[in-house]
Write a protein that binds this ligand. Structure first.
Ligand SMILES: [Zn+2]
Length: 87
């Protein structure tokens, strides 16, 4: 079965959703949607250093979620990516 495609918010590339990380805002908190099934507006980003490193500067999350994004959110994403790569 084909994996559905989603668009990365940074480089606008369409990729299978398992190659992307999904972020959602829940109770005013940005969280990683590990199972990619949470309700609400999601933002998809490639699990790639190239896109992750541009995430903060692009302010794309600020726009998508209409709020200020704390440094700890970027840190959480980076840690998640680092963890995935070492597996
Ligand atoms: Zn990307």
């Amino acid at each position: 079965m084909a994996i559905p495609l989603r668009m990365c918010a940074i480089n606008r590339e369409m990729k299978p959703k398992n190659e992307l990380i999904r972020l959602v805002k829940i109770d005013n908190k940005i969280v990683i949607d590990f199972k990619q099934k949470l309700q609400g507006r999601g933002v998809w980003i490639c699990k790639e250093e190239a896109c992750i490193s541009k995430l903060k500067k692009s302010k794309c999350l600020n726009r998508a979620f209409k709020c200020e994004i704390k440094d700890e959110v970027y840190q959480m994403i980076q840690e998640y990516i680092d963890g995935q790569q070492s597996n």
